[in-house]
Design a protein around this ligand. Structure first.
Ligand code: DX5
Ligand code: ZN
Length: 217
């Protein structure tokens, strides 16, 4: 079971003055995806990077691009992110009054569609859409910043979401984002997590490749 866990290092914790080398370091690792956090300063109280940066990095990466939009009106940027190489595009449920339409528009491009939930948002809100979603990103910190500590309530949300997915016979992946380390990874995987995002635990480490392998185990 654990050998199939997908590891997605979050570039938010990388050295922004040396992004090409950081991406090439991840190419050499056993990570599966690269997680890219786009923040607009409106949906979250921080601004990160956007479409031109992702476009430039795509040329140097061999990993699947997992783009996490922490922006208002994400539906306005679906084609733009598709064009620059997003493979998975995740929007926040809290920023998406017409989620069903947005999911359909993402899938229409050929990308996989993800939905992210803030820590206070109940997984029960996904009951009528879960079968249409490729990935649910459960935020295990409040979005906006790397390096925060993991919210313990996430374990029970993973279990509840896993039950919902099984009850609807869906293939939706469960992704955990925020404060993930080798300390909480085993219980997350036991609870039903499929994808672990890790920013600080990978990029701030002395040996990022080793830490990626530790998460995989
Ligand atoms: C937070 C971002 C996360 C963040 C995780 O808003 O969505 O992807 O980069 O960073 P760590 O692993 O340091 O909590
Ligand atoms: Zn993220």
């Amino acid at each position: 079971m654990s050998s199939k866990t997908i590891i997605a290092p979050s570039l938010l914790a990388a050295d922004f003055s040396d992004l090409r080398n950081e991406v090439e370091m991840i190419n050499k690792s056993n990570a599966d995806w690269l997680h890219l956090d786009v923040m607009d300063g409106v949906f979250v109280p921080n601004i990160s990077f956007g479409i031109p940066v992702i476009s430039s990095l795509k040329k140097h990466s061999s990993k699947l691009f997992d783009v996490h939009l922490m922006i208002v009106q994400p539906e306005n940027y679906i084609n733009a992110f598709h064009k620059v190489g997003a493979d998975i595009l995740t929007v926040h449920i809290e920023a998406s009054p017409h989620l069903h339409r947005t999911i359909a528009a993402i899938k229409e491009t050929g990308m996989q569609a993800g939905v992210a939930l803030n820590p206070h948002t109940s997984v029960s809100l996904l009951k009528d859409i879960i079968a249409d979603i490729d990935l649910v990103c459960l935020m295990s910190v409040n979005p906006g910043f790397g390096g925060q500590s993991f919210i313990e309530n996430t374990y029970s949300k993973v279990e509840e979401l896993k039950e919902l997915i099984l009850s609807k016979n869906a293939n939706t992946l469960i992704e955990i984002d925020g404060g993930v380390t080798n300390k909480n990874a085993p219980q997350l995987i036991r609870s039903g997590a499929d994808v672990l995002v890790a920013g600080s635990y990978v990029f701030k480490a002395d040996n990022p490749l080793l830490n990626i392998d530790l998460l995989k185990k």
